[in-house]
Design a protein. Structure first.
Length: 280
């Protein structure tokens, strides 16, 4: 398929992805972790198909939880392996919580008499890496997935360079006896997006008070074009209505003619008149 460094998994979807199609022993993806049972006499592991290439590439993984001893008499094993077609020939980082050790192994026939063994620390060995570069295989560990410490290096075994698209990744647990528990794995080849996050604090002080006055602004109306600016003053015009009437003085005019010189005339009634007393 491709270089093993292109295989990534955050295990966040709680579904065993298709890249881990050779998984066995009751493994599961739970709580955003790959969970591998550690059962007496039973091997279990997340495992890819033998479709990958380690030469010129790197594989690393976070180990939040190694399987605890839980009553095992000799071995409660948590191992990160790069395996190939020949059974028992593989590269490994192997943690045994009964002995309290972490071993960096180049196994042939399931053993390595020259393996480098250190005291296991969950914090110091929180991330594990196996890589090949320029004819050398390296085993590294990290506290944060960002800064790495080399623990062992050897000349690249012939099978690493010849096994093009023919190696697999395995995340394994096993115990010789004792009570069942599990190991948990996370962030396969994804440390760059989640490691080395630093939180820093700062003390803040006020140098001055906010005293700038506020300036009210009102826009009454304007006609704008795309290539002109708004800089014309605005004139507000009010049109008022008025009802006008003509004023006049109405006076009553009286007849100034004298009324005291009227002379009543009494005469004989004329035809067409109706005569009544005292004329009759």
């Amino acid at each position: 398929m491709a270089l093993v460094g292109t295989l990534t998994d955050t295990f966040n979807d709680n579904i065993i992805g298709p890249n881990w199609g050779n998984s066995y022993g009751g493994v599961s993806e739970t709580g955003g972790k790959a969970r591998v049972p550690c059962v007496a006499g039973v091997f279990a592991g997340y495992q890819t198909a033998k479709d990958w290439t380690l030469a010129g590439s790197s594989a690393f993984v976070q180990l939040p939880l190694a399987a605890a001893a839980n009553g095992a008499s000799t071995e409660a094993q948590t191992a990160f392996n790069i395996i190939q077609a020949t059974a028992g020939t593989y590269l490994a980082i192997n943690i045994n919580t009964v002995a309290g050790t972490i071993r960096f192994e180049n196994n042939v026939g399931y053993t390595d008499g020259a393996a480098v063994s250190l005291t296991y620390s969950a914090a110091t060995h929180a991330w594990l890496r196996i890589r090949e570069s320029g004819g050398t295989v390296f085993w590294d560990t990290s506290t944060d997935g960002s800064t790495w410490t080399n623990r062992r290096s050897i000349a690249t075994p012939a099978w690493v360079t010849s096994s093009v698209n023919a190696v697999a990744v395995e995340l394994l647990s096993w115990r010789n006896n004792g009570t069942t528990n599990f190991s948990e794995w996370d962030n396969f080849n994804t440390a760059a997006s989640s490691a080395a996050v630093y939180f820093m604090s700062a003390g803040l002080t006020a140098d001055s008070a906010l005293t700038a006055p506020l300036t009210p602004s009102a826009v009454l109306g304007a006609s704008l074009t795309a290539d002109t600016s708004l800089d014309a003053s605005v004139t507000q015009t009010a049109v008022l209505g008025a009802s006008l009437t003509a004023g006049a003085t109405l006076g009553a005019q009286t007849d100034a003619a004298a009324r005291d010189d009227l002379t009543p005339l009494v005469g004989q009634p004329q035809s067409g008149w109706t005569v009544s007393q005292p004329w009759i």
